[in-house]
Design a protein around this ligand. Structure first.
Ligand SMILES: *Cc1c(COP(=O)(O)O)cnc(C)c1O
Length: 492
């Protein structure tokens, strides 16, 4: 399978190992496979009889054709082991209303990003071998909290890689800070910077663009690489769980083989929901994809009007991982629907004016698959409270946005096909906002909030969060933004 950029038509193709090693195409576009492989209904249903790791290896091997299949299986078995995902990587929970909740947060950092970031570092490590790369890949990450920790857990002690994470010293929660400061692993480093998330991100971007730093690192046998969701290596593992969930739903008789389902995804960067779209294009019987947003409802407007306009107020919400005004992965959908030339033009418009609009034919094609809804902060809190009080099921703020949108979609359309909802984080990851939504007094300390949530709801604190209390801090350096380059150069 060859990969090509979302933006350029007559270009050099790369193989999957190169696409994963490079992350971004040379023209600034994102990599897409030249064609989308298909699966028959029988092949999909047969997945129910094998473990998740083998389902993942099977599906990934359709895209990563230059990878050795046995090594891929080995890597997936390690990435999705019982030790890393107690109880299984992607279990289903049935709500009384009929919605099936796909719990994607049983991994080491309690959010769905683990589903990709546990396997992607291994895919990169293999890519270095496949492409004959002798240098070490140093992963640089600027984080507002969740991605940094998930990347640290994924890359720790992976051959041929190192990882350095920068976070704003006062810009992450206490739990998030402790999660990073206590990180284990021989090839990891974490550094706070004086400034906010934008400072951290801009600093990292500058380092990536700085040729002098690249040359100095090159002399030491190091090149820089990134872990964010524009890399196809992060997207591909997300396709797996939608197909896996369908097989499981048939097995437990929630649906019959061949029945169409709808899928709702709490969305920020459009990576997770785009993976569901690829699954649909591969032949998974999905009818509609419901794109759920919080008050940063730029995607709801886009799906409604065809106009993508980031010139709007940015809202800080209780579902912070969806507080995004530029959904990078939307570019991949545009490329499939509008073609590379128009995609390049739209991206140019976005860069220059903060805005672009697709044609009415293109919008009609998008609407064939996608519906967009959003929930306000108040609605999100009410969904958490109602779902807990009526159904006895505790959900986090992001999943609550999704469930609120499921309810809006069903009441507006009357569509009663089976709904699959992606649940993207453990409620414990956002304990304070979950407590506030339930109307329970919120302790000021994030670690205390874990205990209060557990006592009040009779649920268990996930082990990785419960263990934070006794862990020793390994990384407590704080530097000025100007010192970030020096920090990178001194990475060992
Ligand atoms: C990252 C994240 C999202 C958004 O996913 P995208 O792939 O960026 O659309 C939703 N919920 C949680 C908890 C996340 O961490």
């Amino acid at each position: 399978m060859k990969f090509l950029s979302t933006r350029e038509k007559n270009q050099n193709f790369v193989n999957s190992a190169e696409a994963i090693k490079e992350g971004l195409a040379p023209d600034g576009g994102l990599y897409l496979p030249e064609s989308i492989p298909t699966l028959s209904l029988d092949e999909i249903c047969a997945l129910a009889d094998i473990p998740y790791s083998d389902r993942a290896a099977k599906i990934l091997s359709l895209f990563l054709t230059d990878y050795d299949k046995d090594l891929l299986t080995e890597d997936c078995r390690d990435a999705y082991s019982e030790e890393r995902f107690p109880g299984g990587p992607a279990p289903l929970y049935s709500l009384p209303c009929g919605t099936e909740v796909l719990e994607l947060w049983h991994g080491p950092t309690c959010a769905f990003k683990d589903m990709a970031l546990q396997i992607m570092p291994k895919l990169l490590s293999r890519a270095l071998t496949i492409t004959g790369e002798k240098r070490k890949a140093l992963i640089l990450v600027a984080t507002s909290g969740d991605t940094g920790k998930a990347a640290l857990e994924g890359y720790r002690d992976v051959d041929g890689t190192g990882i350095l994470v920068f976070y704003p010293v006062d810009g992450v929660s206490k739990v998030q800070k402790l999660q990073m400061q206590t990180q284990a692993g021989e090839n990891v480093s974490v550094c706070a910077i004086r400034g906010n998330f934008d400072d951290a991100q801009n600093g990292v971007k500058q380092i990536f663009a700085d040729e002098k730093t690249a040359a100095e690192l090159n002399e030491k046998g190091i090149f820089l690489s990134s872990a964010n969701s524009i890399n196809f290596g992060r997207l591909a593992p997300q396709i797996v769980y939608y197909i896996s969930a369908y097989a499981d739903m048939v097995k437990k008789s929630a649906i019959k083989a061949g029945d169409k389902i709808n899928v709702c995804v709490p969305t920020g960067n459009f990576g997770n929901i785009f993976a569901a779209y690829i699954a649909k294009e591969m032949g998974l019987p999905i009818d509609r994809l419901v794109c759920a947003s919080n008050s940063n409802n730029i995607l709801t407007d886009f799906i409604e009007t065809g106009v993508y306009d980031r010139n709007r107020k940015f809202h800080t919400t209780i579902s912070p991982s969806m507080d995004i005004l530029i959904s990078s992965n939307l570019e991949r959908l545009l490329s499939l629907i509008c073609g590379p030339e128009k995609t390049a033009a739209y991206m140019k418009d976005l860069k220059e004016t903060g805005k672009y609009s697709v044609s009415s034919e293109e919008l009609a094609k998008i609407k064939e698959s996608f519906s967009g809804y959003f929930c306000s902060e108040k609605e999100t809190a009410e969904v958490i409270k109602n779902t807990y009080e009526k159904d006895g099921y505790l959900i986090d703020t992001h999943t609550a946005v999704g469930l609120g949108c499921v309810k809006k979609y069903i009441s507006e359309t009357g569509d009663n096909k089976k709904m699959l909802l992606a649940s993207t984080a453990s409620p414990y990851k956002f304990s304070q906002d979950v407590l506030a939504s339930l109307g329970i007094d919120v302790p000021a300390d994030g670690l205390d909030a874990l205990g209060v949530l557990s006592e009040n709801t009779n649920t268990e604190i996930p082990r990785p969060l419960a263990e934070l209390k006794g862990k020793a801090v390994r990384f407590d350096t704080t530097v000025d933004r100007e010192e970030m380059t020096a920090t990178v150069l001194s990475f060992k």
